[in-house]
Design a protein around this ligand. Sequence first.
Ligand SMILES: [Fe+2]
Ligand SMILES: [Fe+2]
Length: 271
Amino acid sequence: MTRLAHISDVHFGREDSDLVDGLLLALAEAKPDAIVVSGDLTQRARKGQFRKARAFLAELPKVPTLIVPGNHDVSATNLIDRMARPLKRYRQYIANDLTPFLQVDGLAIAGISTVRRLERKDGRINRRQVALACGQLGETQENTVRVVVTHHPIDLPLQDRENATIARAKMAIKAFSDCHVDLFLSGHLHAGQAMVTSTREAGVPYAAVVAHAGTAVSTRTRIEPNGWNLIDLDGRQRMTVQQMRWSVEAGRFVHGPHAGFARGDRGWMAS
Ligand SMILES: [Fe+2]
Ligand SMILES: [Fe+2]
């Protein structure tokens, strides 16, 4: 069994310190084998906010951690920086690598930056990024679970008419299906969810699990409490996505909705 903790949208600058403490405690108890942070580390990409985010990352359990930037990590006020070096501070304070790749315990994880300098909110993915990730993931062994991490969602439930998937999502889902990606992790919506790619894109040759994480510790909650995901993998055969939700009554993160998935010839399906 391999355990992956997936946190997102911590938005330092708008963080709740009780939740930060609660998250660090819950992560220490969960004992993940790896941690993914899917963007929006800060609220407005200010230096002080990046410093806080960096201090928080240093407190995480000492396991391999993969981080990608979110749209809030692009300089919002300095137009020159925004155009010339949109992720200058992110690279300086958090991670210089915008194409991180990590392998641990039967798991291979490729991170992709979907942030664009001209798009304030929505994200984009391109063929070059997809090809790079598929190349990295394709070199792993047959029983390795292949994971792609983006800030913006690659797929959404059919009934969601309010939010938009990332630009070039159809191209990405098709290409990632061809290279047998098993799991997409993203944030941005501040709402937790777990589904498979075949719910919207009928005829996907190899369906993947899609897990969105809520906002872990920020006060920018939308329709649901703060949350994050704990994902357990039983080889490349079975997977559970356990949403962790903040309970005001308990003063800690507790188990929220969970979903199970199993892998067949055409990829993953709900089980
Ligand atoms: Fe966010
Ligand atoms: Fe975002």
